[in-house]
Write a protein that binds this ligand. Structure first.
Ligand SMILES: [Zn+2]
Length: 259
């Protein structure tokens, strides 16, 4: 008999026999529990995964509250992972929450994702995303790239051996990238991006066909685009297995590599 908690999802026609069991057995690692990571962690808890590992070194600040749905005014100054664990436990006590109050970097990336069935990117910089990419390609873990800034965001599913990876089309930018503290982010954007990305994650976890396309959304403009990203035969990560971002010189969470 299906638990009443999950009764509205287990009867979905898009689910095949065994899909719900697969979700209930899954371990998800959410790297960065800010705007997109909060929304994704909330949904992963509600859908009832077995284990949710949340990784972040930040503390809740008042400027987070207009968009990061796991936090409220009483949480200011507390470590994000501690607050998130408390709230996620309340949302669904069936889910085991593991908090990791640390920066995700080249020194711990492989350890942190070693037990993951899927990795969700809730970070805000390409240094960390390229480290996630290398670690996931090396250990053959599916992962979902997300970004949200100003009024737009992006999502891409990466399934090693099947889709293109992030390094197939992204190289470390020479110029500093814009950040939310300077250009802002509209509150619906990270939540919309994360909700779409979560859907891709559940499809990937349950073995449904998932596109490796890059999805772009600008809800303010009402603009959506889908861009096919082919595998790059000379990609250092997924073609040549040269995992340069797992090198210690990229171990900082800084925006640019330390070279
Ligand atoms: Zn690649």
């Amino acid at each position: 008999m299906v638990d009443a908690r999950y009764s509205r999802q287990s009867i979905l026609r898009v689910f095949e026999p065994g899909d719900f069991d697969r979700i209930r057995e899954s371990t998800i690692v959410v790297v960065g529990i800010g705007g997109t990571g909060s929304m994704a962690a909330d949904l992963f808890a509600r859908v009832g995964v077995k284990k949710l590992k949340i990784v972040d070194r930040d503390f809740v600040s008042i400027s987070n509250l207009h968009r990061q749905i796991l936090y409220d005014d009483d949480d200011i100054g507390e470590p994000k992972v501690a607050v998130a664990k408390r709230k996620l436990n309340r949302i669904n006590p069936d889910v085991s929450i593991e908090e990791c109050n640390a920066a995700f970097d080249a020194s711990n990336a492989e350890d942190l994702i070693s037990d993951a069935d899927l990795v969700f990117d809730g970070t805000d910089n390409f240094t960390t995303r390229l480290i996630i990419n290398d670690a996931c390609v090396k250990l053959r873990k599916p992962w979902i790239y997300t970004s949200a800034i100003e009024t737009y965001g992006e999502v891409k599913t990466i399934i090693p051996g099947k889709t293109s990876c992030l390094a197939c089309y992204v190289t470390m930018p020479n110029q500093r990238q814009p950040v939310c503290s300077e250009v802002g982010v509209f509150p619906s954007v990270p939540n919309m991006v994360a909700s779409f990305a979560f859907t891709m994650a559940i499809k990937a976890l349950t073995g449904h066909e998932v596109s490796g396309d890059l999805f772009f959304f600008d809800p303010w403009k009402g603009d959506t685009q889908k861009l096919a990203i082919k595998r790059n035969d000379s990609c250092k990560s997924c073609s040549r297995n040269e995992f340069e971002y797992l090198d210690k010189k990229y171990s900082s969470l800084g925006i640019r590599p330390l070279i």
